[in-house]
Design a protein around this ligand. Sequence first.
Ligand code: UDP
Ligand code: MG
Length: 318
Amino acid sequence: MSQLTLVIPVFNEGAPLTDNVRAIREAVARIPEHRFQFLLVDDGSTDDSFIHLSAIRDTYADVSVLRLTRNFGKEAAIQAGLEHVDEASDAVIVMDADMQHPPALIPGMVALWNSGIDVVEAEKIRRQSESAISRWMAEVFYRIFFLLTGMDIRNQSDFKLLDRRVLDFYRNLHERERFFRGMIHWGGFPLARLTFEVSPRRHGNSRWSRFKLWRYSISAITSFSSAPLHFITILGALTFVVSIIFSAKALYDKFSGVALGGFTTVILLQLFIGSTLMISLGLLGIYVARIHDEVKRRPSYIVDWRVNSQKSASDENK
Ligand code: UDP
Ligand code: MG
């Protein structure tokens, strides 16, 4: 009998957590051949989520709760969870706490894992719960990501089953800023996909603001590709060629006595070169900021409390 751990990041999910965890438990109860454990990661919720999580933990013997000191973001919460999965687990399943990842998919994922697949990804087929502009932005992001990295992760979600060896691979990566979907894909392990329809959130709104999503996309792209840096070098070379042509024309005009005029050209060139330089500098800045964040080597999350499941040998409070 294998053991699987479900890692579930939670941020301000409140009272519905109790029902959601119950629904997930009912789905995995249909897989009697394996033992399931739950690791709920409270990503610094500011509502009463932690109280509900503690009550859930007291009700079920196989639930552990990990609380972070503040909100570190979903990626950090997933990382915290994956790094605290106990050594006896043969696989993990990462899923959301808001029921947008249907628990009914879990038996299918486990069946694929039983057949020797290391990574089972759940792919969104319809995202009608999201606004048209969100869908369009996601589409643009995935296209750019594919163009720059060659990795097609369109419609991927963080709902994934990972075999133990993929978990170990993930834990051995040392970058601070993480893009879970990309990192798992990058590992290149045998992979299968299942599809699901994203149902509307049952309670509350998405915990992601547009600004957070923008930063997340930039971080994802810069951690997997340095192509934008090469692109600005090429852009620099092109403007250099254009500048030679214009210089030749300017010199010709000067010696043939028609040097006056050409103000428009000067203004246009100023604007073009100025903005190209600004964009290039900004891009460089993004990469420098990433290096800056990485070299500080601060932890991506800080654990406040850890309450192990009642099945574990000892409870540990940090
Ligand atoms: N979440 C988290 N930390 C955050 C934001 C979200 O742990 O800073 C959790 C949230 O509780 C949920 C999952 O990540 O379980 C997905 O969040 P959400 O539903 O808001 O995102 P969406 O479904 O819109 O991608
Ligand atoms: Mg959601």
